[in-house]
Design a protein around this ligand. Structure first.
Ligand SMILES: Cc1ncc(COP(=O)(O)O)c(C=O)c1O
Length: 395
């Protein structure tokens, strides 16, 4: 049986940015990486490639790696989400941020507006602005401890834009959108003739009974204009292996994409990434269920913590992802709350401002670690908050 838990000593010895960047004096709860050992089936498959020095041009199941990954993706979508996909509509790429840049450049022109939801995963902004496009933010609404899409705002924003860059489930709020919401958003995109680029890297992390619904699976009309982005990087802790897929919901969309990026221009798939991804998708189910249980445990602990500090902290209950998006505005701090928690508690959360200036009072907390380490993170955050109370309301 796999044991995904890594101890603090093991984590501190790793080279990954999450633990190495701020050093041993800080507990990291920032970048969206997990603190878990990958499934044994994956590490064994990679070890076999290394032991056999099997690094040449490769085939899997009788085809080159790109088509093999397309087939593995189609099987994954069918088995996990009940969505039938044509493997020929899949393109292997290195990572989802590359997918974001590519779709922005293929489906909009320099100077065009591209619409995102706020709060916004920062590489969406980079993909838009570094490509010479203009980012237009449709801010999500917050009420009764829940985030939802502002559909009127979306309609207005898409009036002058050819592309909606959508994050589903949503980083950082942890919202997984319902079929009705996706249908309403999709209808607006159809009405305004916009392409939908749906980043579904978080799709596997459904924490309660609801199922993830691939945006392109909602209706054939929506599929026709939807590019889906997905990988095993987030779910199986394989981000460093750089392997992802883009799926085009129609041949016309795929042709438009290839008019900007001919099929081979983005490079081929990497043997280690394809091996790890396909093995994880085929054999990682039990491992992933263990990981989801750990995330649920930490989510409960975070809920208890928020209850304790409910007069000063506010957050929606995430039903997806391993992220908790916490409004610290009522602390009355004169500095970004992530700075305060880092200095006073020795814990590193992601600053809200990374998701847009309007979100400066927030922090994003990462639940994907052992319950033992997560308890320590909360204890240190609590100490910082208790010291603040002792120093007065605006200490
Ligand atoms: C919504 C979203 N898309 C993409 C990524 C990064 O994907 P990749 O490492 O494949 O570029 C992340 C990582 O946190 C993410 O949250």
């Amino acid at each position: 049986m796999d044991n995904p838990i890594l101890t603090r000593a093991e984590l501190e010895a790793r080279r990954g940015a999450k633990w190495a960047y701020f050093g041993p004096d800080h507990l990291p709860s920032w970048v969206a990486d997990m603190d878990f050992r990958a499934p044994e089936a994956v590490t064994e498959a990679l070890a076999r490639l290394v032991a056999e020095s099997d690094f040449g041009y490769a085939i899997r199941g009788g085809t080159l790696l790109g088509p093999a990954l397309g087939r593995a993706f189609a099987a994954r979508m069918r088995d996990r989400f009940g969505w039938e996909v044509d493997p020929a509509r899949v393109l292997a790429c290195t990572d989802l941020v590359q997918g974001v840049f590519d779709t922005v450049q293929a489906f909009s022109a320099p100077g065009d507006e591209v619409v995102v939801q706020g709060p916004t995963y920062d590489p969406f902004r980079e993909g838009i602005e570094d490509s010479g496009r203009v980012m237009v933010v449709d801010h999500m609404r917050y009420a009764d401890r829940g985030w939802s899409v502002d559909l009127d705002g979306l309609r207005a924003a898409l009036r002058d834009s050819p592309l909606l860059l959508f994050c589903h489930p949503h980083n950082p709020t942890g919202r997984a959108f319902t079929r009705d919401e996706l249908l309403a958003i999709g209808e607006i995109a159809i009405e305004q003739d916009a392409v939908i680029a749906s980043d579904e890297i978080w799709a596997d992390f459904m924490l309660d009974s609801a199922q993830h619904i691939p945006f392109a699976s909602v209706s054939p009309e929506i599929a026709e204009r939807t590019v889906t982005m997905y990988s095993a990087g987030k779910s199986f802790g394989l981000a460093g292996l750089r392997c992802a897929v883009l799926h085009f919901g129609s041949a016309a969309l795929q042709e438009r994409f290839h008019a900007t990026f001919p099929p081979r221009m983005l490079g081929g798939a990497n043997i280690m990434g394809v091996e790890a991804t396909t093995v994880a998708w085929e054999s990682g189910h039990a491992w992933f269920e263990q990981v989801l249980d750990i995330i649920r445990t930490n989510r409960s602990r975070m809920e208890a913590f928020l209850e304790q500090y409910g007069d000063r902290l506010d957050a929606a209950y995430p039903t997806s992802t391993y992220l908790y998006w916490v409004d610290c505005g009522r602390l009355g701090l004169e500095e970004p709350p992530a700075e305060f928690f880092k200095r006073e508690g020795g814990v590193v959360f992601t600053p809200g401002a990374e998701f847009g200036a309007a979100y400066a009072p927030f922090v994003r907390v990462n639940l994907a670690t052992s319950p033992e380490i997560f308890d320590q993170i909360l204890a240190q955050a609590a100490k910082a908050l208790d010291n603040l109370s002792a120093a007065g309301p605006h200490g």
